[in-house]
Design a protein around this ligand. Structure first.
Ligand code: HAM
Length: 414
């Protein structure tokens, strides 16, 4: 027996309706924001991620699935969605009409230690907007994320929007000096990773998960005290816009996110200590990947965490019931059962008849287990009269169905 790789999960048929429901909400919200879908390859040149995510985050350092193909090209399974979308934007010249707004529903790969909400393969619904430096862009992406989560069923209880600004390269340079000094002063108390980050990428240290480091960083200088006037004004306009839109948030000065490409706005929707959705602005990424300078915002929502978090919040995903089961009382009726099912399916209904040679009793049991709304039973007398009976499974009510217009009669009762 060969087992599933560590840190991965099958999506089993019994859970498929949850994924369909979540993806349907994602597509519906995207349509209403006029956001078009994009699909990029599951593997890209490893260099793409090294250059965009930065060389310090764990994702790149420890978690990337990097391999060489038969010609020795260095490739990586995508660990996140943004870099591939930006590569495609630049390569396909998608910036001719701005704004460009795209979404994706994709699988991602990170070599993490599996634990609750952390997998080696996970899926994200993500969106990336290209083209505007204005705060209205940040508000639009947060509003889309917010609508998505609300329509999944989260009503704000236990789900917090954490918001911060991590400044632009100008104010970050000033801040990095203060942070470097703080880290140097505390260096003997830091974990080995943070000792290295203290010189290579001090902001990254603040994202450290080690408890003792987290304690120390509570008294670290805050980026918020070092924002330049433009970044301050931008952040103020974002919060004003969120207030006006009725989207509540918590100012979270120590939120830095785990990827290097962010500038200014960063945000996370958090439930029970786990981030369901995270994103922010990344104004420098297009240019650093060889494109024209293009300001962008985006988010990614982990779908495994989302479904899990939704169920823990008491949100039920309805399983749509199939419409009509057509049961054969005798073998002579099986041909007509198959014809009826073809007619119903042709009319868009979910219909099934026995293909296992089951007894009538077993067919009813199956129809009941599958949650069929109606069962039509065909025996000798029905074949003769051309008049069938549909039984509503919920309450046993019966309806007459004519052979001459099965679809029409079934539509009338459904
Ligand atoms: P991220 O915060 O790395 O951001 O991931 C986004 C979300 O994906 C997380 O909040 C979490 O729900 C889920 N996630 C991440 N890693 C795992 C994992 N190992 N197992 C299960 N779920 C996971 C990004 O990926 C950015 N590309 C988001 C973005 C788009 N920023 C701008 N545009």
């Amino acid at each position: 027996m060969i087992n599933i790789p560590k840190g991965t999960k099958d999506m089993l048929p019994a859970d498929s309706h949850k994924w369909h429901a979540v993806e349907a909400v994602a597509r519906s919200v995207a349509r209403r924001y006029n956001v078009k879908q994009i699909r990029t390859p599951v593997f890209e040149s490893a260099e793409l991620y090294l250059r965009s995510i930065g060389d310090e985050p764990d994702i790149v350092n420890k978690e990337m699935y990097i391999f060489e193909d038969k010609r020795g090209r260095r490739l990586a399974l995508r660990p996140e969605g943004t870099a591939g979308v930006v590569r495609s934007f630049v390569e396909n010249n998608l910036g001719e009409t701005l704004p460009l707004k795209v979404f994706y529903i994709e699988s991602l790969y990170r070599y993490e230690q599996p634990q609750a909400g952390r997998y080696r393969e996970h899926h994200q619904f993500g969106a990336e907007f290209f083209g505007s430096p204005l705060p209205s862009f940040d508000i639009e992406i947060i509003s889309m994320a917010h609508d998505f989560l609300r329509e999944i069923g989260f009503d704000g209880d236990g789900l917090t929007l954490e918001l911060n600004s991590i400044g632009c390269p100008t104010c970050r340079a000033e801040y990095n000096k203060a942070l470097r000094k703080f880290l140097a002063d505390n260096t003997d108390k830091l974990c080995d990773d943070c000792k290295r980050r203290a010189t290579t990428n001090p902001l990254r240290a603040l994202d450290c998960k080690v408890k003792s480091c987290r304690e120390i960083y509570k008294s670290a200088p805050s980026i918020r005290d070092h924002l330049c006037d433009d970044c301050k004004a931008h952040h103020k306009a974002v919060t004003d816009g969120l207030d006006a839109a009725g989207i509540s948030y918590t100012e979270t000065p120590d939120l830095v996110r785990g990827l290097d490409y962010y500038t200014r706005t960063v945000f996370e929707f958090v439930r029970g200590g786990l981030t369901l959705l995270g994103g922010g602005r990344y104004d420098g990424l297009c240019e650093s990947l060889g494109g024209k300078p293009t300001p962008c915002v985006g988010f990614g929502c982990g779908l495994e965490r989302l479904i899990d978090g939704a169920e823990k919040s008491g949100i039920a995903f309805e399983r749509p019931a199939p419409d009509v089961y057509v049961a054969a009382q005798c073998d002579g009726a099986r041909g007509e059962c198959a014809r009826i099912v073809r007619e119903l399916r042709g009319g868009g209904l979910a219909a099934e008849t026995d293909i296992m040679g089951k007894s009538l009793k077993a067919q009813f049991k199956y129809a009941d287990r599958q949650g069929y709304k109606y069962v039509i039973t065909l025996g000798e007398s029905e074949l003769e009269s051309g008049v069938y009976t549909a039984k509503r499974m919920a309450d046993g009510a019966t309806y007459e169905i004519r052979k001459t217009d099965v679809l029409g009669d079934v539509r009338r009762i459904i």
